[in-house]
Design a protein around this ligand. Structure first.
Ligand SMILES: *Cc1c(COP(=O)(O)O)cnc(C)c1O
Length: 387
């Protein structure tokens, strides 16, 4: 029995292996402080849950149009206008089973064998695997700490070849927490435009920015940017809805049509009652979003201060998302050894940066309570003293 090559080239998720070790230790009764979370620790706001429950009670339990129910696509179109200053018609919007699914659909619809996709590293670990599943080749651009982990126009340009089909921009970024400014994005768009390269702009952390940092949508920059960009967003991070599996993308009409065709033959439609929840999320009271953001911000400030005070660790202050990426290379261990020792000896779980394409770093999520953050950082500090 032989598996397809596309299935054998995938790297098993490193985040999951550390996570399962941490869970096994917790099950044994060990007090583990976990900085592994890739999702908000808050529950979904009540009015969103109520809307989904009411739709279930009302029998909204059947297939929906493949690209999503019209009222949700309209609400997303309105959201793009109000929040992002982008004019997307409902027909340009495809609702999918999570923003991850939206990314995958977008890559499948645009990339094929022979194509290259430029991915700034450290990157969200699913991007390269999605590119490989599409038969295309990821090309990594190592970004630098002194540039706040952001790809410069020069770095982008030097990674381009005649095969370059797409560049992925994730701002605010996971795992870096970096947020690109308007002028930084404009410079990248200018380069992409010289060769008509698609821009996949993953804006899932849009609502989570700090210190007054502005989130800028790539497609809002110019007509050129709009024509090249596929904008990804969703509900998971802003509304604490990771388990609902609901996300969306918006793209120029022909791209959206192709993506709808792919989705209609793979998953049909996103979950009917989750879509009603999504509608309530967009149309209802937004105060829960700000409450969660404010809480993340307090934790961020505490975590960054603590990390900065640990000798030989450096950290770029994250301006978005809910992660801090710490450079541990001066402590003499690679990221996997560091994470494994930290977990087994001091009972703290972090994600080794090698999973994100940077073996000098570890990722700490602050999507967990301040008490755990304090205790975990005390332990991390102790561990670093032993190295
Ligand atoms: C969490 C995350 C997503 C996907 O979220 P969904 O739960 O699939 O909506 C997409 N991109 C990045 C960078 C993420 O961290």
């Amino acid at each position: 029995m032989e598996l397809a090559e596309r299935a054998t080239i995938l790297t098993p998720s490193l985040t999951l292996s550390i996570d399962s070790k941490a869970k096994a230790m917790k099950a044994e009764g060990i007090d583990v402080c976990s900085f592994g979370a890739g999702e908000p620790d808050f529950d979904t706001p009540e009015h969103i849950k109520a809307a989904a429950m009411a739709s279930l009670d009302g029998g909204f339990t059947k297939y929906t149009p493949s690209s999503g129910i019209p009222e949700l696509r309209q609400a997303i179109s309105d959201k793009f206008k109000a929040d992002n200053h982008i004019d997307y018609k409902p027909s340009q919007i495809i609702v999918s089973n999570g923003a991850k699914h939206s990314c995958y659909n977008a890559i499948l619809a645009t990339c094929q064998p022979g194509d290259e996709v430029i991915i700034p590293a450290p990157y969200w670990l699913s991007y390269p695997e999605m590119v490989r599943l599409a038969g295309a080749d990821p090309v990594f651009v190592q970004t630098r700490e002194e540039n706040n982990w952001k790809m410069t126009p020069e770095e982008f340009e030097s990674a381009m070849t005649p095969r370059t089909k797409m560049v992925i921009i994730n701002s605010p970024g996971n795992p870096t927490g970096s947020v690109y400014s308007r002028s930084e994005l404009e410079a990248l768009v200018e380069i992409a435009a010289t060769e008509d390269i698609f821009i996949l702009s993953d804006e899932i952390y849009e609502k989570l920015t700090y210190d007054g940092t502005e989130h800028v949508s790539v497609a809002s920059l110019s007509k050129t940017a709009y024509d090249l960009t596929i904008t990804i967003n969703g509900f998971s991070k802003a509304y604490a809805m990771t388990g609902w599996r609901l996300g969306y993308l918006a793209a120029p009409e022909p791209v959206a049509r192709a993506i709808d065709a792919i989705q209609s033959h793979s998953t049909s439609n996103p979950c009917s009652f989750a879509q009603k929840g999504g509608l309530a999320a967009l149309k209802g009271d937004q105060s829960a979003v700000e409450d969660m953001r404010a809480e993340f911000d307090l934790r961020r400030q505490y975590m960054v201060e603590r990390l900065k005070s640990i000798a030989r660790i450096t950290v770029v202050e994250p301006k978005g998302a809910f992660y801090a990426l710490a450079n541990i290379s001066k402590l003499g261990l690679n990221s996997t050894n560091f994470a494994e020792k930290l977990l087994s000896k001091h009972h703290v779980a972090v994600v080794p940066g090698v999973a994100f394409g940077d073996d000098r770093t570890i990722r700490l999520s602050y999507a967990t309570g301040l008490d755990i953050i304090k205790k975990g950082l005390d332990r991390l500090e102790e561990f670093c003293k032993t190295l």
